[in-house]
Design a protein around this ligand. Structure first.
Ligand SMILES: NC(=O)c1ccc[n+]([C@@H]2O[C@H](COP(=O)([O-])OP(=O)(O)OC[C@H]3O[C@@H](n4cnc5c(N)ncnc54)[C@H](O)[C@@H]3O)[C@@H](O)[C@H]2O)c1
Length: 437
């Protein structure tokens, strides 16, 4: 292959940078005028989860429409809200950041007050564990929603989210997904080409997300067990869903895109935590997974992901169809299809239009709200996330797990209570011993 096949040095930081706080500093020309446009009724926004991605999402919302006002924020920790808002001090739309102390809501219940603060839109960007409850509250209150991935971490979360998705649809609420590749021009063009049948029928797909470990937060004096775990949420399965659900779900979403939102029949796979340091910050998540998804008619998809230092990095996708193969490297960007003889039959042009997929999410959301239209990403978003949970169940248990078994699971990863207090460290998940409940 002549094209760059892997992404040298790709780290979580690179991925996140395009869509987060770093994006504020690097943002190009404004998309919406800095000042509020009096001809447009204001659209008030609440941000829930004020970390890197939430800060980026708020920035993108402000740029998407000159009527957007950042009106309220919620986060478990006050320092995260302050740090987020401080980044808007010199923002070109800083006059539209109107979040006085009384609209900064801390604690596990802060999201309720933020959603009830008179906003039109909510941006759901907290640690994934809490998304089902945040989503349910937003839908009950009739708010338009931007929802970061993943939507849940367990099967009870999946079932709750399906109810919320139905509720949002019934109320004609926009529900825009944070699966950013779905709003990237080269990916959209590639999957549209697949839909046209240029590759025939996709029979197999290999997706990989080989990257390095994420950062940790050392325990500070005064932190309870709960605070320690929430501050290190990526490393605890109950909070993040594990690496496969939190991060590699982007790759799984492309598999789901390719197979047209048809859930697989079953999954089998493996994983482990080979190189996680033996420190509490590293929680209980695995550091590698290899999953095979199988559909009823025999089609298969292969997902490999890894968060290990000093190893090969790659984050690409490959599809085998009945009429050829397709390669997708969103970072290249390089997207092509070849026939069985190796002749290129389609390629996304090197000078083809590129877009900022994170900005596109918000441009489309606010355009739809203004036009009275509804974007409904809920169903496919939920399927992609449940496929990731299914893969995790297969790897943790060491068993073949069916879709039906996975979605019926009653295993809730929730702690006994949401309180800053004692919380035992979770135990090890050993294949052959761990049971899918
Ligand atoms: N689409 C993408 O490319 C992309 C990139 C990065 C992160 N994400 C997703 O965005 C979400 C946030 O990730 P991040 O990188 O911003 O993490 P982060 O740690 O920087 O921020 C998460 C924030 O949520 C807060 N939080 C945790 N529990 C909460 C609760 N119950 N209520 C309110 N706030 C709570 C934390 O205190 C923290 O400030 C995750 O779901 C992650 O998977 C998506």
């Amino acid at each position: 292959m002549n094209e760059p096949f892997h992404v040298p040095g790709l780290t979580r930081r690179d991925f996140v940078a395009a869509g987060t706080a770093v994006g504020i500093a690097l943002a190009a020309a404004p998309r919406a005028s800095a000042a509020q446009d009096a001809s447009k009724p204001p659209l008030k926004v609440a941000l829930i989860g004020c970390g890197g991605r939430g800060t980026g999402a708020a920035d993108q919302a402000l740029r998407a429409d000159p009527g957007v006002i950042l009106w309220a924020v919620a986060d478990v920790f006050p320092d995260r809200m302050d740090a987020c808002l401080a980044q808007f001090a010199s923002h070109e739309a800083k006059d539209r950041v109107q979040v006085p102390a009384e609209r900064r809501f801390a604690g596990f219940d802060g999201y309720k007050a933020a959603i009830a603060s008179g906003v039109d839109v909510v941006l759901l960007c907290s640690a994934p564990h809490f998304r089902p409850m945040h989503l349910a509250e937003a839908v009950a209150a009739g708010k338009h929603i931007f929802c970061e991935k993943p939507m849940f971490v367990d099967a009870p979360g999946y079932r709750s989210v399906l109810e919320s998705v139905k509720g949002a649809r019934a109320k004609k609420l926009n529900l825009v997904s944070g699966f950013c590749w779905r709003r990237s021009n080269p990916e959209r063009a590639t999957f549209a080409e697949l839909e046209k049948g240029t590759l025939g029928t996709p029979m197999a797909m290999y997706s990989c997300y080989y990257t390095g470990p994420l950062g940790t937060n050392a325990r500070k004096p005064g932190w309870s067990d709960m605070e320690f775990q929430v501050r290190n949420w990526q490393h605890f399965t109950w909070l993040s869903g594990d690496q496969i659900v939190e991060q590699a779900v982007h790759s799984i979403d492309k598999i789901n895109w390719c197979f047209r939102n048809e859930p697989p029949k079953s999954a089998v796979g493996m994983g482990g935590r080979q190189l996680r340091e033996a420190i509490p910050e590293r929680g209980d998540v695995y550091d590698h997974f290899a999953i095979v998804y199988e559909w009823a008619d025999g089609r298969r998809a292969f997902l490999n992901c890894r968060q290990q230092p000093d190893c090969y990095f790659e984050n690409t996708d490959w599809i085998a169809g009945t009429k050829g193969q397709c390669f997708i490297n969103g970072w290249g960007p390089t997207h092509w299809m070849k026939d069985p003889a190796g002749k290129v039959i389609w390629r996304y042009p090197t000078n083809g239009p590129k877009n900022n997929m994170y900005q596109e999410e918000h441009d489309e959301l606010f355009r739809a709200i203004r036009a009275g239209q509804v974007i409904d990403d809920g169903d496919w978003m939920a399927t992609s996330c449940m496929m990731a949970v299914l893969g995790r169940m297969a790897a943790y248990s060491g068993q073949q797990v069916t879709w039906e078994q996975a979605i019926a699971s009653t295993e809730s990863l929730a702690p006994a209570k949401y309180e800053m207090g004692e919380l035992p460290m979770p135990g090890e998940k050993k294949p052959g011993q761990y049971k899918v409940g």
